[in-house]
Write a protein that binds this ligand. Structure first.
Ligand SMILES: Cc1cc2nc3c(=O)[nH]c(=O)nc-3n(C[C@H](O)[C@H](O)[C@H](O)COP(=O)(O)OP(=O)(O)OC[C@H]3O[C@@H](n4cnc5c(N)ncnc54)[C@H](O)[C@@H]3O)c2cc1C
Length: 544
């Protein structure tokens, strides 16, 4: 029986685990905490699919075209076709396992439109779609756990992959209880570690999704893709802990963006782009908000309070709880913030990477969203990629013989022990904070050669001190050892942004403000003996 190791228990990791188990494989599902604490539970607005209950005129092909257009034609077209064609089955699967989507008085699903969609095709569960999907998947995981096919292991973190001669044999994990590194061998290793939030500090996402695993795998030879494409959500609310997402659902229900000019309200998106202006793609709205140079507000107070209560209860509660704002009476002060990472581990359409036996799914893999993701497509791709990876793993040969990693493991354990005992003036958490300041300043919504080179200079300095960090026992050993991987990933992202001398999707350069044919290709970055090499995948080698 094949043994599969999955790192990360959000929607993509769970979906992959369930499907592997259904296909008769044994799974270990690893994460620091329960699935209920993964970022997936934060997903509010919904999941896209064209089902038999679609709006008149809509079709799978239209979903494909919207996705490719939204991604500024950098997404893998075959992969996107697979994603959109399977969406209907995914919705039905979710319904079968207990996800209850919102319906109208005739029991028909109510659909909404996110930005960049030609038709309404987003299915939702009130404003807590992620929570409902996670709950349903957790029940399925438990069912397979009872059958002995899935083992959930918590309080464990990824440390490194066990790779020899281009083949992955499992991973070295940090066991937070015993405070030691433990090897876990497997026929396939699946990464499902989500986004790269700690590059920017305060974002709309979870700080558990910090990008370390992707950065570490890059150092170990995995190719990364499209790192420069980082989605800034245009409407977030400042709070002391994080940027709270004001879901696109507010604009989907008719919410209007404006700024004040004296007593006058200026509806700048509608003025410039017509009645659909508030539902333009996220990158464009984020840039327009910055361009106003004013405090911007989102108003939904004019709709019936009952609709707010039934369709936007979480937005209502967030605004009331964190800022004392009653959205049925007053507008919401909003500003853009980092929200989603289109880039990550470069995967083929079967979700394999350039390292045999290593797979990636969900937000940490890059394939469906090109230069910009459409709202509602991420939950869909998390579900779909988990399924596809399981099917590919089934088709791959099982390991005949395990490579011997004894000396590697021993060396890493010594290195880890040395880190616990280290003493230097540089504290890991402090460097993480400095990194976030650098990235927010130099790799923001608008970039230039000048800002990117300043960013790279800063990160190179942080990297030069990362090996001499002062072990900070007030935070987890994970925070300490993850620093170098996170810094490396940040430098790789800046390097990709510097190499792409055009503006496309979420990547906007003031010194190259238009898209050019020359760069109509995904960015691939690889690491070799201390050097980062950027290429543009004009032959679409990562599609097939
Ligand atoms: C506020 C918010 C609202 C959103 N709303 C929507 C929406 O309405 N529709 C939509 O389509 N998308 C939405 N998204 C995006 C979507 O939620 C995510 O892209 C998706 O849930 C990612 O799922 P995932 O399985 O890839 O990762 P996650 O759910 O992020 O799970 C990652 C897992 O990896 C674990 N992990 C991370 N690093 C390590 C490590 N080093 N070692 C071990 N484990 C690790 C984490 O603990 C976690 O278990 C939203 C995102 C946010 C932040």
């Amino acid at each position: 029986m094949k043994e599969i190791l999955i790192i990360g228990n959000g929607i993509s990791g769970m979906m992959c685990a369930i499907h592997c188990a259904e296909l008769g494989m044994m799974v270990k599902l690893i994460a620091p905490g329960p699935s209920e604490q993964s970022q997936s539970v934060m997903a509010a607005g919904g999941i896209n699919a064209v089902t038999e209950r679609h709006e008149e005129g809509d079709s799978v092909q239209c979903h494909v075209e919207d996705t490719l257009k939204g991604g500024a034609y950098l997404a893998g077209s075959h992969a996107v076709e697979g994603l959109c064609s399977d969406a209907k089955e995914i919705i039905h699967y979710l319904e079968r396992i207990g996800t209850v989507f919102s319906v109208d008085e005739n029991d028909r699903p109510v659909l909404r439109a996110f930005g960049g969609q030609t038709y309404k095709r987003t299915h939702y569960c009130g404003s807590s779609t992620g929570k409902h999907i996670v709950s349903a998947l957790v029940m399925e995981v438990r069912r397979f756990e009872a059958a002995g096919l899935i083992t959930r292991i918590m309080r464990h973190h990824f440390y490194s992959a066990l790779i020899r001669d281009g083949r992955c044999y499992g991973a070295l994990l940090y066991d937070e209880n015993a405070r030691v590194l433990v090897p876990v061998y497997a026929d396939a290793l699946v990464m499902a570690t989500g986004g790269q939030n700690s590059l920017f500090g305060k974002t709309t996402g979870s700080n558990r999704c910090d990008g370390y695993a992707v950065g570490k795998l890059f150092l170990q030879g995995a190719a990364l893709k499209n790192l420069e494409f980082i989605q800034f959500h245009p409407t977030t609310l400042e709070t002391p802990q994080k940027r709270m997402l004001i879901s696109e659902a507010v604009r989907g229900e008719g919410g209007r963006l404006f700024y004040k000019d004296g007593d006058r309200k200026v509806f700048f998106m509608e003025d410039k782009y017509g009645p659909g202006g508030n539902l333009m793609t996220r990158d464009l709205i984020a840039r327009e908000i910055i361009a106003t140079g004013r405090d911007v507000f989102l108003d939904i107070s004019f709709i019936d309070k009952k609709l707010i209560d039934s369709r936007l209860p979480e937005v209502r509660d967030i605004c009331a709880k964190y800022r004392g704002i009653d959205i049925s009476k007053e507008p919401i002060p909003v500003a853009p913030s980092v929200h989603y990472f289109m880039g990550g581990l470069a995967v083929h359409k079967d979700h394999s990477t350039n390292i045999q036996g290593l797979y990636a799914v969900g937000e940490c893999a890059s394939i469906y969203h090109g230069a910009n993701r459409l709202g509602g497509n991420s939950l869909l791709s998390a579900m779909y990629s988990g399924k596809i990876a399981a099917e590919s793993i089934l088709g791959e040969n099982a390991l005949v013989e395990r490579a011997n990693f004894d000396s590697y493991i021993q060396a890493e354990q010594e290195c880890f022990k040395k880190m616990l005992e280290s003493d230097s003036p540089f504290a890991a958490m402090h460097i993480r904070d400095l990194l976030a300041d650098t990235m927010r300043e130099h790799m923001s919504i608008v970039r230039s050669a000048d800002s990117l080179s300043k960013g790279m200079e800063d990160v190179r300095y942080y990297l030069s001190v990362a090996d001499r960090i002062h072990y900070d026992s007030s935070v987890s050993a994970y925070i300490n050892y993850s620093l170098k991987g996170i810094l490396t990933l940040a430098l790789a992202a800046l390097t990709c942004a510097d190499a792409r001398k055009e503006s496309r999707g979420a990547h906007y350069r003031s010194d190259y403000p238009t898209a050019t044919e020359e760069y109509r290709a995904a960015t691939i970055i690889s690491y070799n003996e201390g050097n980062m090499l950027v290429t543009f995948d004009r032959e679409n080698t990562y599609e097939d």
